[in-house]
Design a protein around this ligand. Structure first.
Ligand SMILES: NC(=O)c1ccc[n+]([C@@H]2O[C@H](COP(=O)([O-])OP(=O)(O)OC[C@H]3O[C@@H](n4cnc5c(N)ncnc54)[C@H](OP(=O)(O)O)[C@@H]3O)[C@@H](O)[C@H]2O)c1
Length: 147
């Protein structure tokens, strides 16, 4: 399997014409979330700003996430609801990171189950994070010029 970093470079950063696969795209989008939070945290720190940015994995939650993906939707709805988190449980890590005094001042961290956790090695790739930031900035600038 191609590494997610390679997929982001090939399909997201370098071209939009690669064949679309919803699960790969989903994985890339989640990796991009973590890379973005990390790069934002670094930039805020470098600029001496007292603002923090972190990323969370909320767990696997019974939501409508897979409503466009028939087989996953059936699996989650029929079997999953017994074993995955409900919405309140799924919101817990996000609320913890946003509000809990223990997290005050922490930045550039990744949380799961209301604890600091280790993200994938790709998520810790500072060069990829910078590349994604610059690419995103380019897209925003392009949109601003055309609107
Ligand atoms: N569920 C999980 O296990 C899980 C795990 C990790 C991370 N996440 C992440 O958590 C986030 C929320 O997922 P979810 O599980 O809550 O999914 P969800 O039940 O599908 O909810 C997504 C929400 O986003 C809204 N939405 C989607 N596209 C939009 C757009 N273009 N503009 C405005 N609103 C839009 C949807 O509105 P409509 O209802 O009107 O379509 C819906 O209310 C996603 O980023 C997902 O990747 C979920």
């Amino acid at each position: 399997m191609l590494q997610l970093t390679k997929l982001i470079e090939q399909q997201t950063v370098e071209c939009f014409h690669a064949r679309y696969n919803s699960l790969s795209a989903y994985g890339q989008s989640k990796l991009a979330n973590v890379l973005h939070a990390n790069e934002l945290a670094r930039r805020l720190k470098d600029n001496g700003l007292d603002i923090t940015a972190n990323s969370v994995h909320p767990g696997v939650i019974a939501t409508n996430l897979f409503r466009h993906n028939g087989i996953f939707s059936v699996i989650v709805n029929v079997f999953g609801r017994c074993v995955v988190k409900n919405v309140q449980q799924g919101a817990a890590t996000t609320c913890y990171v946003a509000l809990h005094p223990q997290v005050k001042g922490m930045s550039g961290k990744y949380f799961a189950d209301c604890n600091i956790a280790e993200a994938s090695s790709q998520a810790d790739d500072t060069e990829l994070a910078k590349k994604l930031w610059d690419f995103s900035l380019g897209l925003v600038n392009q949109c601003a010029q055309t609107s």
